[in-house]
Ligand binder design. Sequence first.
Ligand code: ATP
Length: 238
Amino acid sequence: MAAPLLQVRALHAGYGPTQVLHGLDFEIEEGSITALLGANGAGKTTTLRALCGMVRTGGEVRFGGQRIDGRATEDIVRLGVAHVPDGRGTFTDLSTEENLRLGAYARRDRSALAEDSARVYRLFPILAERRHQQAGTLSGGQQQMLAVARALMLRPRLLLLDEPSFGLAPMVVKEIFAAMREINRTQQVTILLVEQNAAMALRLADRAHLLETGRLVRSGSSTELMNDDAVRRAYLGY
Ligand code: ATP
């Protein structure tokens, strides 16, 4: 069997003297969707930041068999890990198209840029209509789509998504989740998704982990977590 795309062993991370993650162990298979669930402050955002070298870490992270812990974020991005942070991080003064072009900055092969923009515009047709519009004037949902589209311009193998549904209307959330499924199925991008909307995340994901105060307290298939009493009571409300 192929080695997992991502292997995480005893991952610790924190800010200054504050330890936030206390030894996470998990693996992600290529082609899968994994949901990371947990209450506010559990350390979900910190986990994504740790995987892409944005916080001080201890432990071991392997991506495609190579050690990536301790490496610069830019190197990790070049290896194929794209991060869509919470708050989206689009350049609000630039147009949709300029944001997409910037998204491809770390690519060595720039020849396929036109093809890749066409592909993300097919995924999010509204962005094609708004290609010359300043990103800051797009709706919240469109800005989230742009953040995902910009990350896809890197042609990542692994996409880290931090709360893509945050603050969006239910119809838009549905659209974003449908796009994630499409990205996973047709572009073979592996996804690690941090979500407050546990019900939707579990419906989308193959596997899920529950993080509590910096430790994984449940890991399993989405079906197993959906049927877990603690997950149901705290995150699914039934
Ligand atoms: P949320 O859904 O609220 O974002 P989370 O599970 O993503 O929660 P994190 O954002 O990873 O949690 O935060 C975990 C802990 O780390 C919290 O106690 C938070 O206060 C702390 N923390 C986060 N960012 C920083 C920072 N830049 N400096 C210091 N402490 C931080």
